[in-house]
Design a binder for this molecule. Structure first.
Ligand SMILES: Cc1cc2nc3c(=O)[nH]c(=O)nc-3n(C[C@H](O)[C@H](O)[C@H](O)COP(=O)(O)O)c2cc1C
Length: 193
């Protein structure tokens, strides 16, 4: 069987981002589980705020196609989101919105989202660990995009104290929550291959 490929997308560009750090831990963990991992930064997919007039004039920007094709070339996707005002940050929502508008030939709108498994994770300095952003992201992906979003998810609370000096998760409970989420993502992605 071909190697399982998982894409990891952090939803923050901030220097020292907790979510980018959690995404990096997840990518390492996936590699240990024999998965072919790609960890990207949304900085490499610069996109204007979605504007229907812009799309009507010139179609989705190249970066929207690049991101959609990146998603489509993997069997599963892990999105690691910050929580902004109890929801997902505009960077991530905008990237998802544009990616759902980029359609290659012989493809229906948003097909890349429907054909593969998604897992979601969040990190926040607060005690809920971005739980409300996870609820919003689950709704966007499952209801909005028709994606298969696995039931397990990772919410990292008190993220400012959660990493050790090697950027590993300090608490065994956090590491176990992440591992459980990744294992389920692998299982479901394999079933959908
Ligand atoms: C506009 C804004 C709104 C925020 N709202 C929340 C929130 O609702 N819940 C929360 O836990 N943290 C909230 N935060 C704090 C972020 O979780 C925190 O800045 C976090 O470090 C962002 O993720 P990052 O470290 O990956 O960049 C907010 C931050 C900003 C800038």
């Amino acid at each position: 069987m071909a190697a399982l490929k998982i894409l990891v997308i952090p939803g923050s560009l901030r220097t020292g981002s907790f979510n980018a750090r959690l995404a990096a831990v997840a990518a390492k963990e996936l590699a240990l589980l024999d998965v072919q991992v790609t960890l990207i930064s949304l900085a490499d997919y610069p996109l204007p705020i979605y504007d229907g007039d812009l799309e009507a004039r010139s179609g989705p920007p190249d970066a929207a196609y690049d991101l959609k094709r990146m998603i489509a070339s993997h069997h599963g996707v892990l999105i690691v989101t910050p929580e902004y005002n109890s929801s997902v940050p505009p960077l991530l929502k905008n990237a998802i919105d544009w990616a759902t508008r980029a359609r290659d030939r012989n493809e229906t709108l948003g097909q890349a989202f429907r054909d593969r498994a998604f897992a979601i994770a969040a990190a926040s300095g607060g005690k809920f660990g971005g739980l409300r952003a996870l609820m919003a992201l689950r709704q966007i992906l499952a209801l909005g995009c028709g994606a298969t979003v696995i039931p397990k998810q990772m919410a990292l609370s008190f993220a400012d104290q959660a990493f050790d000096e090697m950027d590993r998760l300090k608490e065994p409970g956090d590491a176990e929550m992440l591992r459980g989420t990744l294992r389920q993502l692998i299982d479901v992605a394999q079933q959908m291959m």
